[in-house]
Design a protein around this ligand. Sequence first.
Ligand code: EPZ
Length: 423
Amino acid sequence: MLRGEVEISGAKNAAVAIIPAALMVDGVCRIENMPQISDTDMLLTILSELGAKVNYINHSTIEIDCSKVRYQDAPYDLMRKIRASYYLIGAMLGRFGSAKTTMPGGCNFGVRPIDQHIKGMTALGANVEVKNGFVYADVAGGRLHGTRIYLDKVSVGATMNILIAAVMAQGRTIIENAAREPHIVDLANFLNSMGADVRGAGTDTIKINGVEKLHGGTYAIIPDQIEAGTYMVAAAATGGEVLVKNVIPRHLECISAKLRETGTIVQEYEDSILVKGASTLRKVNIKTLPYPGFPTDMQPQMGALLCLAEGTSVITEGIYDNRFKYVSELRKMGAEAHVDGRVAVIEGGAKLSGAPVQACDLRAGAAMVIAGLCANGVTEIEDIHYIERGYENFVDKLRSLGADIRLVSFEDSCSGAEILSIS
Ligand code: EPZ
């Protein structure tokens, strides 16, 4: 049962776009509320290899100076590891008029193409080619030109990548059928604080007037909507009482509403949310949708919680082909659930028991931690590098809420890998 207060860090999916966007700035970007996670570490290393000066002011404030960066080969081995490396296409094209990146890595839940990114860059005047696992792009004359782009699919990454590329293009760009997530608004606000001219972020139509250059400045990243939601669900699942601090309640409305449907008490304050677990959890049905719909990045966490609810819940994954790998891991712990394509049916009322399980991806890993916190006996979770990609100080924050969770060192664990042990 989790009890106490937890402080939410900066938003991962904003930070992983803002760091590449800093490449466009001819000056020093002071970025506050930067989450210390492996994805941001990797992107900062990539920027440093491109000649950026990265200065760590304190644990959540960094200064990035890209005034001396020059176009050159980047560390492709690092690029391959993360999905967000695709933002370097837009940033390098916008800054240098040329880009070479790897096809993006990232969590594997089905096909994750980048055709809409390529459509956008091509519309802005770039010649884009994908060959041997690399993306090559360049624009004649070195500067992109504004255009109107209609996205065939609502895509967070394509919206942000095109936004980054367009801020220094010649003329006006309009992105239609744009994604509306809070981190898109955060990226636009970051770019505007550096001298860009972006309007309409957060709606499905974003207008960008290209500027000649971007100057340095200071910006604070918004709190992480998904990290906050994860702790809210963990509090509900364990029947605890947790004050989740440093949040923007408006960004969490869908998650709060779903939790209230389960019978959980959710009280919103100006920049915090109090979650009180119910004695019994009611079943709910969920369909994941682009923002402001229920976020796909909260789907696995809710899957773990609904194993404990009374009655049968149905989860429909509206964004990805295959984001239910975690269900087979939950079944190892005694959950009654089965998957049919993009639908998972979860019989509730399970008494979960601890077991050795795997984190199949970032949010699936968080789901296994939630299940472990509710299970009888010890749960050991492998492949926790996924979790470390998106949750700052996950173990410390959970331990401060009373969780009996610890990182088991290499020699102690049976499989020889670093694992999380939850009792
Ligand atoms: C971002 O991924 C996030 N990652 C994901 O979060 C999140 O799940 C996703 O947005 C949706 O909110 C980052 O921001 C680094 P999309 P992204 O483009 O940009 C299809 C997490 O756990 N699509 O919005 O890859 C795509 O296959 C991670 O933090 C195309 O068809 O997501 C998917 O079905 C996991 N063509 C749908 O659109 C494209 O060119 C939405 O993808 C691009 C996407």
